[in-house]
Design a protein around this ligand. Structure first.
Ligand SMILES: Nc1ncnc2c1ncn2[C@@H]1O[C@@H]2COP(=O)(O)O[C@H]2[C@H]1O
Length: 375
C-alpha cells in the first residue's frame, strides 16, 4: 500500500544517475566531520566508509540505502506528502538533492527559513503539550518551541493508512493528535502510539531509511514537522547533549562494544536527573520504565528480606548502570535504589532502551540476574 511518503511525482531521470546512497553517505559524513572536527580528515573518512562497509557485510545496514526510492520516486517538492493542499514553504527538496550541504550544514550556521502554518490557540496548546514531554525537545527555549509549533502541519489519516513505510525515505516527524497507530518491523508489531505519542525521528536524525512501518489503526490526526525545521532545531539541540555525554559514554564498560554513531544515538536519548542524598531513585516492587547510568555520585541498593527488613546489598558508582533487568524481563524492580550523597543519573526510557540498546541486549542479559543488585 502507498504511504504518505510515496506520494510524490516522478523525479527527473537525470537525477537518478547518481545513486541516492551517495548523497546520503556524504551527508552523514559531512555531519560527523562538522560535529567531531577530526584532526586527520583523510583517516576519518576512511574509517567512516570502512565502518559502513563492515556494517553492510554484517547485514546491519542494507545496501544500497533507500532502495525503495526506485519504487517510490521523489518529487522536487515535499508538499504533496502533507495532503490537504497546504502550501508549505519547505526549503528541502530530496529530489533535487544536488547539494550535500542543504541538509548537513550545522544548523547554527544556516539561518532557518521559518515555516508558519496558522493555528488556533487550542491547537498550539496541544502541540506544545506533546513536544514538551518528548526528550528530543527537552531544554529548548521558547523561540525554538514556537518555531516548531508554527511549522507543524496537520495531517488527517484514515484507518488502515500507512503513514511511514519501512525502508522508505523520511521527510517528516509526526506527533499524534488523535487516533491510534501501530509500529511494525518486518510486519511484526513492536509498539503502538496514541495521542501525544510521536514517531519518525530516526530517519531524520540519522539520515537513515525508515526503520519501521507506521500504520493508522483508527482514523486520526497527526502533526507533521518537516525535515529541515526538525534538523535545524532538534539536531542542534541534541548536538549539545552529544558533546556532554560523548566522553562519559566512551568510558562506560557496557558501551565499549558500540561504535561512535551508536553511542551518539544513546547520547541523544539520555536525560539527566539529579538526586539529593537519601532520595529514592526506584523502589523494589515497582514496575519501572527507566534504565539508569550513573554520571556522578554513588547509589546504594537495598533488598527486603523475608523478615520484611531492608538490607543493603550493593553499591554502584560513576559508569555503573542499573534498572535494565526489569525492562528486559518486564518484572518488578527487585531492589530499592537510594542516592548516597548527591547523585546524577542519565536515564533512558523503555522505548528508547529497547530501540537503541538492541545491539547490546545480549551483554545485558548475560550479566547475571542473581548477582545484580536490582534483581
Ligand atoms: N523498535 C523500533 N525500531 C525502530 N523504529 C521504531 C521502533 N519503535 C518505534 N519506532 C519508530 O518508528 C519510526 C519509523 O520511522 P523512523 O525510522 O524515522 O523512526 C522510527 C521510530 O520513531
Amino acid at each position: 500500500m502507498e504511504s504518505f511518503e510515496d506520494r510524490r511525482p516522478s523525479s527527473p531521470s537525470a537525477e537518478r544517475a547518481v545513486p541516492d546512497e551517495y548523497h546520503t553517505l556524504l551527508n552523514e559524513l559531512n555531519r560527523h566531520v562538522h560535529q567531531e572536527h577530526p584532526k586527520d580528515i583523510i583517516q576519518f573518512c576512511i574509517d567512516f566508509f570502512k565502518e559502513k562497509l563492515e556494517k553492510r557485510k554484517r547485514g546491519s545496514i542494507s545496501g544500497p540505502a533507500f532502495d525503495t526510492r526506485e519504487a517510490s520516486p521523489i518529487t522536487t517538492t515535499t508538499s504533496d506528502e502533507l495532503g490537504g493542499g497546504e502550501t508549505l514553504n519547505v526549503p528541502f527538496s530530496r529530489g533535487r538533492r544536488t547539494s550535500v550541504s542543504a541538509e548537513s550544514i550545522q544548523p547554527s550556521q544556516t539561518p532557518l527559513k521559518k515555516i508558519v502554518i496558522p493555528k488556533d490557540a487550542e491547537q498550539r496548546k496541544q502541540i506544545r503539550a506533546a513536544i514538551q514531554n518528548n526528550f528530543l525537545f527537552k531544554n529548548m527555549d521558547d523561540d525554538q518551541y514556537n518555531d516548531i509549533v508554527n511549522a507543524m502541519a496537520e495531517r488527517k489519516v484514515d484507518e488502515g493508512q500507512i503513514v511511514i513505510k519501512q525502508g522508505g525515505v523520511g521527510d517528516y516527524f509526526y506527533i499524534v493528535q488523535s487516533g491510534t497507530f501501530d509500529c511494525l518491523i518486518n510486519d511484526h508489531k513492536v509498539t503502538s502510539y496514541g495521542p501525544g505519542g510521536s514517531f519518525g525521528e530516526l530517519a531524520l536524525m540519522y539520515n537513515a531509511p525508515r526503520a519501521a512501518t507506521i500504520i493508522a489503526t483508527s482514523d486520526g490526526v497527526l502533526w507533521a514537522l518537516d525535515r529541515v525545521t526538525f534538523r535545524s532545531l532538534v539536531v542542534e539541540n541534541t548536538a549539545k547533549k552529544r558533546m556532554m555525554y560523548e566522553h562519559f559514554l566512551e568510558e562506560v564498560p557496557l558501551f565499549k562494544s558500540l561504535n561512535k554513531i551508536e553511542r551518539h544515538k544513546i547520547a541523544d536519548a539520555l536525560e539527566s536527573i539529579q538526586y539529593e542524598d537519601k532520595d529514592v531513585v526506584l523502589n523494589q516492587g515497582d514496575y519501572g520504565d527507566n534504565f539508569y547510568l550513573i554520571e556522578d555520585g554513588e547509589a546504594t541498593f537495598y533488598k527486603k528480606g523475608k523478615d520484611g527488613k531492608e538490607r543493603m546489598v550493593n553499591k554502584a558508582i560513576k559508569g555503573d548502570y542499573f534498572g535494565e533487568l526489569a525492562l528486559i524481563n518486564d518484572r518488578p524492580r527487585a531492589a530499592t535504589v537510594v542516592a548516597n550523597g548527591r547523585l546524577r543519573c542519565a536515564t533512558l526510557g523503555k522505548n528508547a532502551f529497547t530501540r537503541l540498546l538492541g545491539p547490546i541486549m545480549d551483554i545485558l542479559k548475560r550479566n547475571s540476574p542473581e548477582d545484580h543488585p536490582e534483581q
